[in-house]
Design a protein around this ligand. Structure first.
Ligand code: SAM
Length: 325
């Protein structure tokens, strides 16, 4: 269980905060939480929240007497989340957030405390949970700055739109650039992009290969997929989807820069699960175009899946693997 979530639930109980009509931003399930409204842009966690009986909302509206927030990794996303929480707080409501000490809990507690007085702070499980209320005023100018942090931005010298919190929001990922440089011009038929992010690899594939008839983007992060809708056009389908659950179709070619992190920690099995799903969804003679960190043991896994593979390019950090079924 996420230790920040444990600390959040502890603070909720210790400070006897109301549990009627709760909004949980960045929600994750916990057995001690009441039935609540959940906002969770990551599909695997959204699925888990739904299974736990939470009511999912695509975009939180309305006002709640209690708002909880588990932030993601980026500073901008965290501060924008504080502003979102304020927007959703009913009069006299309480807002609690929690994060790991290593994720900058003390710094964020100070930032929130500069905007409105802190009500309480709980330290446990190497995490910190802290709460404020809107009985006291919040600094409107800082709130406005935080709100702006969630707005879409453009990657310098490109027309690609991204958003804070999504993968590689400030620049094109160098691994994906290496794959783009070695992507063939001969892709045709149906193509899938697994873990498509804000759409860079799909847009390169469509630009390079005029014979692609359709491309399906599969991505877990709803915010990244919203950016991809602005970045990729043509005969394109966008799927808010957990790739590890399998794909609904079969493909002539699959392109991907597979994830190998879950929340804060490394998870090579997630990358391997992407390969397993891709191998199952490739048509006979279909091809797989992958970029990965050099040290990841993907070739052995591809062999186990019955695919032939070879590395076609490498730099100091990444390798491009071509595999066929
Ligand atoms: C290494 S990034 C590559 C993103 C994009 N293809 C690019 O080149 O910029 C991996 C992507 O996989 C997504 N992801 C992680 N777990 C996923 C899952 N279970 N199902 C679908 N996508 C997932 C992440 O949100 C992230 O956007």
């Amino acid at each position: 269980m996420n230790p920040a979530l444990e600390t959040l639930v502890l603070a909720l109980a210790e400070h006897r905060v109301g549990t009627q009509n709760v909004l949980f931003l960045g929600a994750e399930p916990h057995p001690d939480l009441p039935t609540l409204t959940a906002w969770q842009p990551l599909k695997p966690l959204a699925n888990a929240c739904e299974r736990a009986g939470m009511v999912l909302t695509e975009y939180p509206t309305g006002q709640f007497p209690t708002v909880l927030f588990l932030p993601g990794k980026s500073k901008e996303e965290t501060l924008a989340g504080f502003a979102m929480a304020h927007r959703c707080l009913a009069e006299g409501g309480v807002f609690i957030t929690a994060m790991a000490n290593t994720a900058g809990a003390a710094r964020f507690e100070k930032e929130l405390g500069n905007v409105t007085p802190l009500l309480f702070s709980v330290s446990k499980h190497k995490c910190r949970a802290f709460g404020v209320s809107n009985k006291s005023p919040w600094d409107g100018q800082i709130l406005e700055e935080w709100q702006k942090l969630a707005e879409p931005q453009t990657i310098p010298e490109t027309s690609f739109v991204t958003q804070p919190g999504v993968f590689s929001a400030k620049h094109i990922d160098p691994g994906s650039l290496l794959l783009a440089a070695h992507m063939p011009v001969s892709l045709r038929g149906n193509v899938a992009d697994l873990g498509a992010g804000w759409g860079f690899l799909s847009s390169v594939a469509l630009e390079k290969s005029p014979n692609i008839s359709q491309i399906d983007l599969f991505e877990a992060d709803a915010r990244a997929l919203d950016c991809a809708r602005k970045n990729v056009s043509g005969n394109v389908n966008f799927h808010w989807h957990d790739v590890t659950t399998g794909l609904p179709d079969v493909y002539d070619h699959i392109i991907m820069n597979p994830p190998f992190h879950t929340a804060q920690s490394k998870d090579v099995d997630l990358g391997k699960a992407f390969l397993t799903v891709a191998a199952a969804a490739l048509k006979r003679n279909g091809t797989l175009h992958i970029v990965a960190n050099r040290q990841l043991p993907y070739e052995a896994h591809l062999r186990e899946l019955g695919l032939r593979s070879r590395s076609i390019a490498e730099d100091h950090a990444y390798k491009v693997i071509f595999a066929s079924k």
